[in-house]
Every structure is written in C-alpha cells, then in structure tokens.
Design a protein around this ligand. Structure first.
Ligand code: BTN
Length: 265
C-alpha cells in the first residue's frame, strides 16, 4: 500500500507489511488504528511528514519532510512490562543503521530510548500499547522519529540531524528506513531468543553518561545521582547517597541542565 509521493519505495525484509503515506497526522494514530483492527505483527506505517507528530510525555514532535517517521505494530508474546525492552532493540537498531549509512560517527544511547549523535539527540522512540482484558499484551506500537535532513532548533535536549553531522546528502530517509528495518529484525530476534541480556550489554557499551552524575526528571520530582547501571529489566539504576534506586520511567539530563524547557523534544 503506498501514498508516499516521489520518494522511492523502501525495500524491506518480507516480515514487514509496509503502509506508506505522503502525510499523516501521526504514524502512531494510523498504526494504533490498524492494530485495533487486527493488523499483524510487523505492520509498519511510514509517512514523509506528520502534521501532529507526538513525542514522549505528551510533547509535540516537529515532523517536516526529509526526516524519518515510522510506527511499527508488534505483538510479542510477553507480559506488557517486558515489551518495553523492544524500545532498546529499536534504539540499538537505529544506532546500527546510522553506522551503516554514514562515515564513522559517535552514536550513544540515552536512557531510555534516545539515540544521540556526537552527544546530541538525533532520534527518539515512543512506545504505546494496549493490554487484553486478561492483562496480557494485545499490541505494542513502537514509534520512531529520526532527524535525517533537519532538527528542531528549540529543544529540551540539544538536537542534531544526520545531515548536520556530515552524513552525505544522498543518504535519505528511505536508506535509513531500510537499514533500520534490517537491523531491528536482528535485535528483535535476539531479544526473543536470548532475552534482554544481550541488548543490555550492547546498549551499556555505548550508554550516554554511564558512571556520571545525571539529573532524572520524574513527573513530580527531579532526582540527581550517578547513573550506575541498567538492571536486568532495563530500569535505570541511580546511586544517591550510597543507595541505589531503580527508575522505570523518566527523562535524563546532565546535572547542570536545570531551568525552564521549551515545548519540543
Ligand atoms: C521522543 O519524545 O523522543 C519520541 C519521539 C517519537 C516520534 C515518532 S515520529 C513517528 C511516530 N509518530 C509520532 O507521532 N511520534 C513517533
């Protein structure tokens, strides 16, 4: 299915069912609609632009043409809490994809699922899911936004794009989508077969600010401490006054970051 304007159609492994769009409000809306209608695992919604792209914590995600916007419907057979580990698979896959389309660059991962290029955010992931009445996972939609051609100048965390970091102009969002599709298949299979441990190891190898002081913003408070580790489930382990606190959800900043933040991430 295709409505994707003048970009070439991506070539993806056959496990993906690609729905290409020129423009959508948000690929999340379309993927959720398809998931509710029974879409299969591997249904991938891609749009060239979004008019109402959304990020984590209800923020907006600027979505002009030239960047990558996709949402993937997944139906892993696992408890809803564990499915969030697929966010790490997607971050690792995007990091690998960037490595495969660009000259050597410094890719790091910022907890939970941001991808940084030379210390600035190049991509973010958004996970939305629905459980069955019995408490199992019905579907998970994994949304990925990656700055290929441009990045927002006003952002909570310093942002960048592949183009700004010197990736050649002929690398476009279709190249990145194809590379991501291949790499995600590998990381998701790895997770299904061997669990979270290999993902945790790979992620920690390139973790942003591991062993350093960080600020973690939670809905009602901000904690400062040292980023010690990830636990076996993917929670961030923050050491404060000699005690280690596992954190399931929050936003990480350098400790000096404080102050009011603009609306986009
Ligand atoms: C973040 O806040 O870092 C997550 C951003 C996720 C943005 C992507 S773009 C494709 C998909 N559609 C959306 O509306 N959001 C996600």
């Amino acid at each position: 299915m295709s409505e994707a304007g003048d970009l070439r159609e991506p070539r993806l492994p056959p496990v993906y069912r690609l729905h290409s769009h020129d423009s959508l409000t948000s690929t999340m809306d379309e993927a959720r609609r398809l998931a509710e209608a029974g879409a299969e695992d591997g249904t991938l919604v891609w749009a060239r632009e979004q008019s109402a792209g959304r990020g984590r914590l209800g923020r907006s995600w600027a979505s002009p043409r030239g960047n990558l916007y996709l949402s993937l419907v997944l139906r892993p057979e696992c408890p809803p809490g564990e499915a969030a580990q697929l966010g790490f698979a997607a971050a690792l896959a995007l990091g690998e994809a960037i490595g495969s389309v660009s000259p050597p660059v410094d890719v790091t991962y910022k907890w939970p699922n941001d991808v940084l290029l030379n210390g600035r955010k190049v991509a973010g992931l958004l996970l939305e899911s629905r459980s069955t009445p019995e408490g199992g996972l019905d579907w998970l939609v994994l949304g990925l936004g990656a700055n290929v051609a441009s990045y927002p100048k006003e952002s909570r965390y310093p942002a960048t794009s592949l183009r700004f970091e010197g990736v050649p102009r002929d690398v476009d969002e279709v190249d990145l989508l194809e590379a991501f599709g291949r790499a995600f298949l590998n990381w998701a299979s790895r997770w299904l077969e061997d669990g979270f441990a290999p993902l945790r190891t790979a992620w920690l190898r390139h973790a942003e600010r591991l062993g350093e002081e960080i600020e973690v913003r939670l809905p009602n408070q901000t904690l400062t401490g040292v980023f010690r580790d990830l636990d076996a489930e993917g929670h961030l382990l923050l050491e404060r006054d000699g005690r280690v606190t596992p954190i399931a959800a929050g936003e990480v900043f350098p400790p000096e970051a404080g102050g009011a933040a603009p609306a986009e991430s």
